[in-house]
Design a protein around this ligand. Sequence first.
Ligand SMILES: [Zn+2]
Length: 303
Amino acid sequence: MSSITFVIGATASGKSFYINEMFSQEDVDILNAYDYQQRAYDEAGYEDAIPISVQKKCVMKANSMLLEDILRDVKAGKKVVVEQTFYKAKRRIAYIDEIRKCGDVTIDVHVMCPDDDRWKMNIQKRGLDDRFEYYKAIEAEIEFPNPSEGFDNIFAVKNGKPVLRMDDPKPEIVDIARKELQKEAEMIKAEDARREEKEKLIESMKKRPFWHYCEVCGKKEYITAEQAYMSGWDYPPHIGMFGVLSPRTCGNCSDMDTLWAKFIAKDESNCFTTSELNESERKTLQRIKGEPESLLTEDAWDL
Ligand SMILES: [Zn+2]
């Protein structure tokens, strides 16, 4: 019969060391969520400075790749140990629901609960000295697993020793978790649909006429991107990108009189407070931020 052991806990709480001590002698497949996240980031093409929205997608992708491997092992009757963070009951329930569908399997979880001194030592060893309070705050967010989530055995690991801790069942958390997961799935679907719409709109801007506003002389024309380009306009999509600050000028005005020029001249701080802008510059900024939608109708954007 297959078995899965999740080892969960905050950063530097000793998960890897514990897994090595407890399970490396057995014939087990050890999977680490961190490796899957790294792979997802690599595939997305980011090494560092990953935007939050991409991070979220990568973590989701990593979780689903990890789940696939767990299911593969379960179907093959193997023993698996999984290092995960898994702070929230709903994340664990989503996994357990899928794993239980795959057949007869024992699912255990070991929760790292190091005392502060040992934890501080681990953090020091990793050169993360100043982060103890931060990790401690994160630990407070871990929802301790409950038997109702579907675990066979739940252990609290105190300084390297697993102690069985089966709290009173709370069946209501399962319903709450499923509802939250459902809501999340709907939000992701809506977000994807919005992004798809936006991409379609941006694509359509190559062909459709839209409002071109010269931020310097105030000239405006309802023309296509091609017509604008031919008559000398500096305007996305040919020059610059929608939604990103760069000159928006007709063929007769200079880039050096634009909001963009004012922005790059401010080399020390490179940021503005809106009080430094006049009415017309504020409108330009707002219009650029709202592109390309802000260029479809003339109304409120007239200078
Ligand atoms: Zn102009």
